[in-house]
Design a binder for this molecule. Structure first.
Ligand code: R5P
Length: 304
């Protein structure tokens, strides 16, 4: 079996080190900068090509905008890392992209649009990836574009364990839209036996982005957990929070795998009545209370 080397992409440094520690693999850092004209520069910090040649290389790099860099820059850095280790003749190139940017552009909603999520898969594969891993992708259909093995990892157990630490009693899980139902059901199962899941029907105007939600909740006096894959602007979660609050929930947790929390999302969520925002470290966020490192390491160990 080839030696495993983890490359810590600039956008996932902490997570990469944690995964390497579980795998007991060597971890290699990267150097990066942006040239004055805006072009990205990235170097995998090895002394020579021999450190990569013939190795089982695991590149960990998320693509979720943070205060350090945006997703477009992170994508460029990812492609540069794949291309560099390919040139240095890695035996295997496993790409772990914990948050999949552009995953919500998985359909042509209006004439003239690109299905950019699919293009990103083609680009990653063409650069040289031999396996692909992501966490709780917005739509698993996107992964069908790959011809290399591609895996969607489930963080619901980790999130449920985090909630259990708060000692919730008699909880109800709320699912903010139809697409999130399976995720919410899995989450509720990890939370305990017979935890009910209630669902909204969300619609979003494709032109204005305006959200409406329909559905009646039975949460009077209950501790409520609203579970979604992404909190971006916070619009969806804030809407759901207000309805749960109005329906008499005693406590409300806003849970998401990928707490992007852009612009004034935190303000919106707190004002809408959440008691806590809980997320994972798939991206650099103030709400990353729990780590998906073990989920990633288990998947890699299970696929030697
Ligand atoms: C949409 O279908 C997703 O699952 C999320 O609900 C949505 O992307 C969250 O976005 P925002 O926080 O901007 O409402």
């Amino acid at each position: 079996m080839a030696e495993q080397i983890v490359i810590a992409g600039p956008a996932s440094q902490g997570l990469a080190v944690k995964v390497a520690q579980i795998l007991q693999a060597r971890v290699v850092a990267t150097e990066n900068k942006v040239f004055p004209d805006g072009e990205c520069y990235l170097r995998v910090a090895v002394e020579n090509d021999g450190m990569i040649r013939g190795k089982d290389v695991i590149i960990i790099q998320t693509t979720g905008a943070s205060s350090h860099s945006d997703q477009n820059q992170q994508i460029m850095q990812l492609i540069m890392m794949i291309s560099a280790v390919k040139r240095m003749e890695a035996a295997k190139i496993r790409v772990v992209m914990p948050y999949f940017a552009y995953s919500r552009q998985d359909k042509a909603f209006r004439p003239g649009e690109s299905i950019f999520a699919n293009e990103l898969c083609r680009w990653i594969e063409a650069a040289g990836a031999t396996e692909f891993y992501t966490v709780d992708i917005h739509s698993t259909k996107i992964l069908d574009v790959f011809t290399i093995p591609a895996f969607n990892l489930d963080p619901m157990k980790i999130l449920a364990e985090e909630i259990k630490k708060r000692g919730v009693s008699d909880p109800v899980v709320i699912c903010p839209d139809k697409g999130a139902f399976e995720r919410s059901r899995a989450f509720a199962k990890y939370l305990g036996d017979n935890v009910p899941v209630e669902q909204f029907q969300k619609t979003r105007d494709v032109k204005t982005g305006e959200i409406t939600m329909e559905g009646e909740l039975h949460v009077e006096g209950k501790e409520v957990i609203i579970a979604d894959d992404i909190i971006a602007s916070g619009g969806t979660m804030a809407f759901a929070l207000k309805i749960a609050k109005k329906a008499g929930a005693s406590k409300i947790y806003a849970v998401s795998t990928h707490p992007l929390l852009i612009k004034n999302a935190v303000f919106k969520l707190i004002s809408a009545g959440t008691d806590e925002i809980i997320g994972t470290d798939t991206l650099d966020s103030p709400s990353m209370q729990c780590s998906v490192a073990s989920v990633i390491a288990d998947a890699i160990q299970g696929d030697k």
